[in-house]
Design a protein around this ligand. Structure first.
Ligand code: GLN
Length: 304
């Protein structure tokens, strides 16, 4: 299969969509990112790599970090994590508050904001220095040492993070947040602010394609059961209220972020990351989603 040719072809075919969509302007710093950026990086478990466009340019990973947060939390805390956060798709926007009240402060899943805020609280309780621990984990997954939090992005989100603040407070009132609400929020904004390239994210996601074992360092980051569960949640909840549509069109477990990135995997085969900042009305990358649909259709690779 000539993956490189297909990736180039896909990139050309989504040209008309590249400047469409809306950049996430509710985080003022993200509104500054040029909409015409586009990159794809694909890595196979046999170390083959294929790429195109702005795939070596850093972007804000935002909600894609929720997968790493969950992975770190379950690898330390084991299954008790799932007592405080569910595993059902929400069918609601990523920052919705409606279910939280009638479900008594237990978020539907770890990949919507409320769920990731609970995971942040769990990490704060699990580690003396959760901020450093998370970055160290991410660096190990990628195989480098220079990933950082983007202070500007985190501060920009904090300045307007009213809905996230409302969620933590509501969950605290139900007893599902142990730590100080401001500490949880600050750490959550930092977790979302990490800048990575498509290449770096594809390297990090390879661990999920490889059943939880590092491809280069062969370290077992997740047990088989932890891997199975995280991948299942990516499949059912990775795209908020568009998870069904993503499964229908693309057919890979994955996770998106409002920075315009989408990271996905085909278990036992590859990881693939697309970046295009223009978002659709659900907050998922418009050209990114189309590119992945074309890619899995042309290569006839999906989990189905
Ligand atoms: N940091 C963003 C927020 O909390 C992440 C949302 C996303 O990427 N969907 O709103």
């Amino acid at each position: 299969m000539d993956y490189q040719k297909i990736i180039k072809e896909v990139s050309r075919e989504v040209d008309p969509l590249k400047c469409k969509g809306i950049v996430a302007d509710y985080i003022p710093e993200l509104a500054k990112v040029p909409k015409d950026k586009f990159g794809i990086y694909m890595l196979t478990l046999d170390q083959e790599e294929y790429c195109t466009g702005d795939c070596h340019e850093k972007f804000s990973i935002q909600s894609i970090s929720k997968v790493f947060m969950l992975a770190l939390a379950v690898s330390k805390g084991k299954e008790s994590v799932y007592k405080r956060v569910g595993v059902e798709p929400s069918g609601d926007p990523f920052n919705s508050l409606v279910q939280l009240e009638y479900e008594k402060g237990i978020p539907r899943n770890p990949f919507i904001n409320a769920g990731a805020l609970v995971i942040t609280d769990i990490l704060l309780s699990q580690y003396k220095d959760a901020r450093a621990e998370f970055l160290n984990y991410l660096n190990r997954l990628v195989g480098q040492e220079d990933l950082k939090y983007n202070r500007k992005i985190a501060a920009s989100e904090k300045a307007c993070g009213y809905k996230n603040a409302a969620m933590v407070n509501l969950m605290k009132s139900f007893g599902n947040i142990e730590n100080d609400v401001d500490e949880v929020l600050d750490l959550y904004f930092d977790f979302c602010s990490v800048d990575m390239t498509c290449h770096e994210l594809a390297k990090a996601f390879r661990v999920f394609a490889n059943h939880g074992t590092g491809v280069i360092d062969e370290e077992q980051y997740l047990t088989e059961s932890q891997y199975k569960r995280i991948t299942a949640i990516m499949q059912t909840c990775g795209f908020y209220d568009e998870a069904g549509e993503f499964a229908f069109q693309v057919g890979l477990p994955g996770k998106s972020g409002v920075g315009g990135g989408i990271a996905a995997i085909l278990p036992n085969e590859y990881s693939i990351v697309v970046w295009s900042p223009g978002l659709n009305e659900k907050g998922n990358s418009l050209a990114g989603m189309k590119a992945l649909e074309l890619f899995t259709t042309k290569t006839e690779t999906s989990i189905f």
